[in-house]
Design a protein around this ligand. Sequence first.
Ligand code: ZN
Length: 150
Amino acid sequence: MSAIDELYQEMIIEHNRNPRNFRTIDDATHTAEGFNPICGDHFHVYLTVDAEGRIEDIAFEGKGCAISKASASMMTQILKGKTETEARELFDQFHKLATGELDPDQQGKDLGKLAVFSGVSKFPARVKCAVLSWHTMSSALDHVKVISTE
Ligand code: ZN
């Protein structure tokens, strides 16, 4: 197993066991619910966006496989304090990373620890698990309440 694979597994296990920002936000300005029917992943994402478009708080809750849960947990960490525009750019980068379309030189530059998810590009069924929370987040910003990866 390569170093990145080992790191990937460690981080997935750790975030799955101890997810960050795993809670609801009662006064959220944006929320959405996301489903991945293939795997059974089902999450709610909550955001509080201030008047300047900055994400003051972000949280998630729900049930899913280890990859979907770890991805959601790490997403909330990287997006807190970012602007809506930055969040959409990071989603675009993360989507390309997870589907293997990101230039290798770019990997890890803005995504930081999320670069470990480049491993899912080899497993198309797992790509949907990894991107579900990100799709749900961007739908929430677009005021779309429910999304499905199908
Ligand atoms: Zn899954």
